[in-house]
Structure formats: C-alpha cells, structure tokens
Design a protein around this ligand. Structure first.
Ligand code: A2P
Length: 265
C-alpha cells in the first residue's frame, strides 16, 4: 500500500480508489479504479495520471482502456525501471489512491475518422490500451462493419492482455453480439516463437497480413486506420498507410487514419 505522506489533493484532479491490479509480466500490469461521476470521455481518449504524496505530483498520460459505458476506469501500463511515475505506480494495491487530471483528450477517436467499412487498429506493446476501450464500445460497431485489432509484442506473455480482452469482449452482454464475427484479432511476436511472427509493418509490406486475414490490401475507399505504438512504429506504419492512399486526420479535420504515441516512462 501507500506509505507516502499525505499532501492536499490539487483542485484540478480527481482522487480515485484502486479496485483491482493484475501483473502480466515484470514489465506490464493493468489496474482498475473508481470512476468520478462527472467524468465524460470518448472511447480512445487519454488522461493524466499521478500519485498522491508529493507537493508537486508527477503526471503521465495514460489511455483509458475501459469503454465509456464502464462504471470503473481501466489502465494498462508498462513498468519502467527508475521511471518517475511507474516505479511507484507498479506497487499500487486495491484501496490505494490514484490521481487523475479532470480533462480527457486524444486523437484516437472514431469522430476523427471519415465513415468506412473496415477499421484497422495497429498497436505495439501498451499501445493496445486505447483500442481496449474502442473494441468494447458499441459505437465502434455502429460505424464500421469490421474491426481488425493488430498487436505486435516481443514476447508471447505480452500478448495475454489483448487475448483476454478480445475473448471477454466476445462474451460481453453489451457488445459481445455486435463484435461477434466482426472483431478480428491479429497478434504477432517478434522475439519469441509463436503461431504468428513478425512486425505488422513487415507483414503488410509483404502482403502476408492481408493473405492471412483473407482481406484485400488497405484502400482509402473502404479502410480506416488508427495507430498507437512507439515513435519508430508510428512513423513506419503512417508511411505504409500513406502509400496505400490514406491521409492523416484530426478531431477538427476527420480523414482516413489517426495516430497517437503509446505513452511511456
Ligand atoms: P522488434 O522486436 O523487432 O523490435 P518495443 O518494446 O521496443 O516498443 O517493441 C514492441 C514491439 O514493436 C516489438 O515487437 C518490436 O519489434 C515492434 N516494433 C519496434 N519498432 C517497430 C517499427 N518501426 N514498426 C513496427 N513494429 C516495431
């Protein structure tokens, strides 16, 4: 638990209570916490998260991984050795307090995309977090016939969060039926043997990803994209989508794909 000295909660932040913590690997964990009644957000957005105790708490951006209808909030986090926030955040337990700034924001929202047939979600590592929100939101299936969630990680154990997410989404009383037969999970590893290996970027360039999925290559007429991963991954995936003829959009200028960095440290 928290053995830190109490400092007053700043006025622009909510103080919420941790309800669950699950560790996946020595580098990855998820936590759930209470949701402030007044919080409204669009699935795919992020908030600033911190811990109480310090006079000037350290805040870091975290994508909300739970859907907007969920009565709690969920986050999926990396543990960075010596990281100013995650070093402490990784030790939280149910009952502890987590601070959250009041204003959610972000570009990975369906409002920033023009209507289309298929929505591709490209993620590496904890970049899957905003998509964990979006695949559980009925609105996603109202806007797109098919949702393809790609997740590339170094090792097999790092895919577990996504596997559980998709399995639970398909069983969910609210979205299960909507997602059934339309939500496709395409998970790959790069440094440990698994049924599907390789970076999504390489698998799109070679055409292997489209072949495996039984889908035509990405086209601006039918396909929309969302990208969330490391800077290198964003840059490369953006270039590939542009080669396919897609164009980057924003909240005030919807287009055919949107991008956000997976937040770290
Ligand atoms: P790789 O193992 O070949 O580097 P990281 O933990 O470094 O953020 O990487 C997470 C996953 O993203 C890894 O599987 C990694 O593959 C992959 N990756 C790293 N850079 C890129 C890139 N430029 N495009 C696509 N995938 C990438």
């Amino acid at each position: 638990g928290q053995a830190r000295e109490a400092a007053p909660i700043p006025a622009n932040v909510f103080a919420e209570t941790v309800t669950a913590v699950e560790h996946y690997t020595d580098r990855l964990f998820r936590f759930r916490m209470t949701r402030p009644r007044s919080l409204r957000f669009r699935s795919g957005e992020f908030v600033m998260i911190g811990l109480p105790g310090a006079a000037k708490p350290v805040f870091r951006a975290y994508s909300i991984a739970s859907p907007s209808w969920d009565e709690e909030l969920e986050f999926y986090s990396i543990k960075v050795p010596g990281g100013p926030l995650t070093e402490h955040l990784q030790k939280i337990q149910p009952g502890d307090t987590v601070l959250m700034k009041k204003k959610p924001t972000g570009t990975l929202v369906t409002d920033a995309l023009l209507p289309g047939k298929r929505l591709w979600m490209f993620s590496t590592g904890t970049g899957i977090a905003p998509f964990a929100s979006l695949v559980r939101d009925p609105e996603t299936y109202e806007k797109f016939d098919q949702v393809i969630l790609t997740h590339t990680c170094r090792e097999v154990a790092e895919l577990r969060y996504g596997e559980t997410l998709v399995a639970q989404t398909l069983e969910d009383p609210l979205v299960g039926e909507l997602a059934s037969g339309r939500l496709v999970h395409f998970a790959t590893t790069t440094r440990e043997a698994s049924p599907r290996m390789g970076r999504i970027t390489d698998l799109m360039r070679s055409g292997a990803a489209f072949e495996a999925l039984g889908l035509p290559p990405i086209s601006p007429e039918t396909d929309r994209g969302m990208i969330c991963g490391s800077m290198a991954m964003l840059k490369e995936t953006r270039a590939i989508l542009e080669e396919f003829g897609l164009a980057e959009g924003a909240n005030n200028r919807p287009a055919t794909f949107v991008v956000e960095r997976a937040f770290v440290d």
